[in-house]
Each structure stands twice: as structure tokens, then as C-alpha cells.
Design a protein around this ligand. Sequence first.
Ligand code: GLN
Length: 489
Amino acid sequence: MSDTLYYKSASELAALLEKKEISAVELIQSIINRTKAVDERVGAFNSFDEVDAIAQAGASDARRSDGQSLGPLDGIPIGIKDVLAVTGQPLTCSSKMLEKFVSPYDATCIEKLKASGAVLWGRLNMDEFAMGSSTENSATKVCSNPWNLDHVPGGSSGGSAAAVAAGEAIVSLGSDTGGSIRQPASHCGVVGLKPTYGRVSRYGLAAFASSLDQVGPMGRSVTDVAMVLQAISGHDDRDSTSFKSEVADYVKALSDNAGKKWTLGLPKEYFDTASDAASMEPVLKAIEFYKSIGCEVKEVSLPHTEYAVATYYIVATAEASSNLARYDGVRYTHRAENYDDHIDLYFQSRAEGFGSEVKRRIMLGTYVLSSGYYDAYYLKAQKVRTLIRNDFMKAYEEVDALIAPTSPQPAFKKGEKTSDPLSMYLSDIYTISANLAGIPAMSIPCGFSADGLPIGLQILGKPFMEEELLSVGHAFEQAHDFTNQHPKL
Ligand code: GLN
């Protein structure tokens, strides 16, 4: 049985583990074998530790036979984006800057996963410091889209999406600052959820833009994503921006909300000509589906959408320039061998350690924060950010959730946008507003392009109402069969 386990869902596997029809060791072995068979082509993993993963799975089996199972995730392999701290494991952010760094502590979400018994599996490839939309900015290795190896998997959590799509992990964690969970999920045909800002602790997540960053789950089904979200959510004293409120039972909500007739909004600015027509088709069909099950679907307007990309690239770069100042060549980072004095040590180490996109962001961010430009750019962007959030709050007075495309086009070819950063930035046009507004949003598979590349449907929800968001997605998933369609590798 073990050779077919890697494409089963976490919920199915939880039942098999519970009935002792399979063991956690058998399951991780199936994942290890699969990873070894395909990852040379996919490039989803920066590294993995097979011995450690088998030991974790062995401990899970021992707990279960003692009647001490920690719950449904006990024994389920979860891939971790290489941006989250796991004690004793490398944390590289796919950067030369952190090439040799080993984390001395666990991120809170990792602590919580350990407490739920999940088997932490490997370090997943990403754009350097999560800056990018294609994983081509990784300093570690190339990551490919499992559906077509000539195409990018999306980014920055490209490894997290590709690993799940290729059966190299059952579920995974990514991070989303401007779409980095949803866009790669869409490009790789998996489910990816960015929680409300404050739903999941950011403690132990290497910071990119602290007011936008959120950790979130990816999986092959909405239920699997709900299971992981359940495990990682909640307040944390070590992250003062994490929210003090009860965490709903996300999995139970899926059945409680089954058959609900939601009122759904179509933000008209997301259905303009920026999208290529063929990739809009499955999204339009999904809208028809919701109507057919009795949901009310109405057009709404988010009038400040056109400013979102510009606003994001001011706020995110400003915060990045400050956050990345810590990588100075003195402590835990790459250190230049040749330098004149301590100032030159900073210069040389940063010049050698950072890739060109990271440098571009630091320069842009430093510029928009510099005296004389702060008011003109940064302060103004903060004001526009409030207008963008207000647009959503106004729309939510009328609707339960919004539905839209996740990305204006399917996964593009490798190299297609690398020489033109602006066109790369524009591929985030539908995802970044959710980060600016702090609202939860999810991408689910809804179809394929003519050449067989997955297309995602984005569902955007009310703050801290992930249970509704998941339920809206679940209704679509239940009536379609994208969960069981896999790339041919
Ligand atoms: N693609 C966006 C960027 O490059 C978003 C990245 C992210 O969400 N981490 O900034």
C-alpha cells in the first residue's frame, strides 16, 4: 500500500492511521521514496533529513500504540517553507546570506505542529526572503511546476505548492506577504490559504514585511487545509500582533455550513482585461456553479484596486529594508572574507550575500523611507492602504465573501518575466490587496488552461471568518474532482 499513500489526503490518512491500517513510518517512507523519485526534476526541497523524519514518524506510531495519539495530524508529513524556524534544522530563506544558518529554536506554528504530532518534512524552496512570484529568485536551486517542468511553480512559496502537487508532502506551510501562498497554489493546482493578519503567530517566521506577512497552510483539499489551520492558529504572547480570540473548529464548520446559500460578491475590478481570457473561463464557470446551488452572486466594487500594486511595493519594500538590516555579516549570516574595516564588512557581506531582487527591494524601501520622500511615498501609501481596506469592509456589508481569479494568467514559462521586474510585480495584482487589508483569502483549483496548466479561484473573506471562507471553497470542491487530479511526473 505504501507506494500509493503519497497522494492520499490528510483526512483519509488520519483515518487509516487511526485504524492502524497503516503506520506513520510507512507513510513517511512513501513520501521519502516519492521525493527521491521526482525532486531532482521538481526542485521543491532545499534540503531534507530522512533519518529525523523517520524518527518523528516512529515516535508517532509509538504514541498511537500507547493510546496517546495527539489527534488527526499525528503522523501526517508536512513540508515546511524554508522561512520558518525549526530547532536544529537549516533556515536559509533560499539565500546565500543564510546558507549556513541552523535555527536554535522553533517558530510558534512549528511548536504547535509538533504538539499535534505532525511529521515535519524538509525545507521547501522559495524566492529569496520570499521576494518574488516564480521561485526563480531562489539562490538554492531551480523549482519547476510539476504540471509542466518548463513553467514556474509561482512564488514565493513555490516549493510548498510544488511539493504538495507532486506528492512529496501531504500538506505544507507557506507564507504570504502579497500572494505567496495563493498564487503558487493556483499555479500548481492545490489549495492555499492566507489567514487573517493576526490569526497565526509570526514568531519564528523570518520577517519580510511585518505588517503583511502571514503563515498559512497548503494542501490538496480544503479539509486538509482546515486541519492544518486548526493546528497553527491562535494567540501567542511572543507575537503582539496575533489576535486574542477563540479559534473556531474549522473542520466541523465545513459540515455545519454545508448547503448554506452564501451571498457572494464579484469585485468588478478583478474581472477586467488584465486577465487572459482563457484562464478566466474556469473562474466564470465557478461563478455559474455557485449560482446553480442557490447562492446569490452580485457585482461589487473595490474602487481603490488600481493603487494596490503601487501601495504594496512601497509598504513591503519599506518594511523589508528595515527588517533585512539585521543581516550584517557580523552575526549568523554570510560573512565576506576580504574587507577593510567594519563598515566595509557590512558592505561586502551584504553585496555578496543578497541576490539582485533583494537588493532592489532594499534600495526601493530605503528610498521611500528617506527624509523628504517619507511623506510623499510611505505615508501616502499607508493612507491608500486604509482606503483599500475600507473598500473591502464596505463590500462585506452586502456579501459574505468575494470570488475572483487568483492570478491574471496560468503559470508562466521560466525566464519569461525575470528581466522585467515590473511585469513580475503585476502578476500579484489580484492577491496583494488581501494582505494590505489584512483579510483572509484562499485559492482553490477550479480548472485548467488549454495547455493543461491549473487555474485557481480566489475566495476572499471577512476578517477572522476563515470558517466561512473554507466552507465556500468546500462547497465547490465537493461538486468537482480537482483533488484527485495529479500531474504526470
Ligand atoms: N510576489 C510578491 C512579492 O514579490 C509577494 C511575495 C510574498 O507574498 N511573499 O513581494
